[in-house]
Design a protein around this ligand. Structure first.
Ligand code: AP5
Ligand code: MG
Length: 200
């Protein structure tokens, strides 16, 4: 099964991807995570991507496509999180894979700002938490929690504007191809996951 998990910043893509990936035993490929790993390893692509990610802009298509192709190599099934994000990326993906379904997490845009500003991320396993619901500075795996450098309010507003302009048109793109399934992304993590399971 090849799934795309789609939605604005903070929609819960990473949170739901972790649950789907466990339940259906699918590799979870998040381009955001892959880019952040390249940044912390100071690779050539990571260094080129840094200035875009820090101000909430999209990393150029050619860099992201290169990373994605190497992540997909040898995999028959996967769950994509945060890719594609432009029509050009969707066309590139269409040439290398036949996607079964695009799950579009629909959330109220003001609540995504709140979700992102309160996010804590494990420095080791990458798991996300929210300050409202988690009251420790250590992950369940034992490593310290940290915040993402692009999770301040100004950058979040810019990420949302980029989503509206460059990424949202993909909803029509996949709707026209009969692949898009809207999922109500409001409510608790478990409620959203139950809706996804009904579809899958
Ligand atoms: P990326 O890392 O993909 O970030 P994003 O799309 O902005 O989305 P987030 O990771 O912020 O949110 P999410 O939907 O995963 O939500 P999460 O589950 O964490 O991309 C970052 C940057 O990388 C981009 O800006 C761009 O520069 C670059 N990039 C990446 N891919 C690219 C591409 N293809 N092309 C070009 N550039 C690319 O949840 C958020 C918070 O809410 C967490 O705290 C979580 O605990 C909480 N939460 C989740 N669900 C719920 C719920 N139901 N109720 C309450 N709280 C919840
Ligand atoms: Mg994410």
């Amino acid at each position: 099964m090849k799934i795309v998990l789609f939605g604005p910043p903070g929609a819960g893509k990473g949170t739901q991807a972790e649950l789907i990936s466990k339940e259906y035993v699918l590799p979870h490929i998040s381009t955001g995570d892959v880019i952040r790993k390249n940044i912390s390893n100071k690779t050539e692509i990571g260094l080129a991507a840094l200035k875009f990610i820090e101000c909430g802009k999209l990393v150029p298509d050619d860099l992201v496509n290169e990373l994605l192709k190497s992540e997909l190599e040898g995999k028959e099934s996967y769950l994509l999180d945060g890719y594609p994000r432009t029509i050009s990326q969707a066309e590139t993906l269409g040439k290398i894979a036949d996607i079964d379904v695009v799950l579009d997490l629909e959330v109220d845009l003001e609540s995504v700002v709140d979700r992102i500003i309160g996010r804590l991320v494990c420095s080791k396993c990458g798991r996300s938490y929210h300050k409202k619901f988690y009251f420790s500075d250590v992950c369940e795996c034992g490593a310290p929690l940290t915040t993402r450098s692009d999770d301040n309010e100004a950058t979040v507003r810019s990420r949302l504007a980029v989503y509206e302009e460059s990424t949202k048109p993909l909803i029509e793109f996949y709707k026209n191809r009969g692949k898009l399934v809207p999922i109500d992304g409001n409510g608790t993590i478990d409620e959203v996951f139950a809706r996804i399971k009904r579809v899958l």
